[in-house]
Ligand binder design. Structure first.
Ligand code: NAD
Length: 257
């Protein structure tokens, strides 16, 4: 049976890799995220070539009404939502006393509240089918902190609490809810924070890569977006039906220390 998969924030990085992996399995995929019409057209063609039927929905993850429309559009186009991947996220690196209030609000909205809004709309559809998979892309920063990332760390810790609560609420409906906690993946999100981290810590950008980012990961290697996509396929599979209310770390050993 072809499933319908919604991946928020999937025009770049980890979300795009996850959308690609599901498309390659022949699933219907609803992508979301920012980009020019040309960029989104190219992404859609790539995913369709990989094997799936694809639509793009432009919902801004700070806007609850648009998020509800994303889920409603997925259901009216493809007949339901079987897999929901809450992936959209942004970062801002600054010490608390200088942290812009609007950035705090935006990060909490995109990185935490958007997952509540997608689940609120998708869970009734999944309950009807007595089947569903919800995968929240959290972070190693859902388990441990780093300085200068207050909003991100708070939001990602919140995602784990939301994951566990939702899992308990839907456990008897064939729906699982889990989080993935990646370490550093060299996507545009990480590349963008390197100059800010360098400024905040008084380091060069090369020092930030080796002494801050990869220092946290005992393997000394970045995680690949495709490796997170492979884990998402597993969590969405039938074999993972008893895996719920938990997180899986994919962080090169970061949180073992
Ligand atoms: P990215 O910047 O490459 O991609 C982010 C995606 O989210 C893009 O498609 C962008 O258009 C979309 N987006 C941003 N704001 C949005 C909004 N308001 N509404 C809708 N879409 C929006 O980032 P990434 O590194 O691929 O990160 C994806 C997720 O993985 C995030 O939740 C991030 O916190 C998490 N994560 C990333 C890393 C890492 O090292 N890159 C590590 C752990 C967790």
């Amino acid at each position: 049976m072809t499933r319908t998969v919604v991946v928020t924030g999937s025009t770049s990085g980890i979300g795009l890799a996850i959308a690609t992996a599901f498309a390659a399995k022949g699933e219907n995929v609803v992508i979301n995220g920012f980009g020019s019409a040309d960029e989104i057209g190219t992404i859609k063609s790539g995913l369709e070539a990989a094997g799936g039927k694809v639509i793009h929905h432009p919902a801004d993850m700070t806007k609850p009404d648009e998020i509800a429309d994303l889920i409603a559009t997925a259901a009216s186009t493809f007949g339901g939502v079987d897999v929901l991947v809450n992936n959209a996220g942004i970062q801002h690196v600054e010490k608390i006393e200088d942290f812009p209030v609007d950035k705090w609000d935006q990060i909490i909205a995109i990185n935490l509240s958007s997952s509540f809004h997608t689940m609120r709309a998708a869970i009734p559809l999944m309950k009807e089918k007595k089947h569903g998979r919800i995968i929240n892309i959290a972070s190693a920063h859902a388990l441990v902190a780093s300085p200068f990332k207050s909003a991100y760390v708070a939001a990602k810790h919140g995602v784990l609490g939301l994951t566990k609560t939702a899992a308990l609420e839907v456990a008897e409906f064939g729906i699982t809810v889990n989080a993935i906690c990646p370490g550093y993946v060299l996507t545009p999100l990480v590349a963008r924070q390197i100059p800010d981290t360098a400024k905040a810590r008084g380091m060069t950008e090369e020092q930030v890569k080796s002494e801050v980012l990869l220092k946290a990961q005992p393997t000394r290697e970045f995680v690949k977006a495709e490796e997170i996509a492979a884990l998402s396929l597993y969590l969405a599979s039938d074999d993972a039906r008893q895996v719920t209310g938990t997180h899986v770390s994919i962080d090169g050993g970061w949180t073992a220390a």
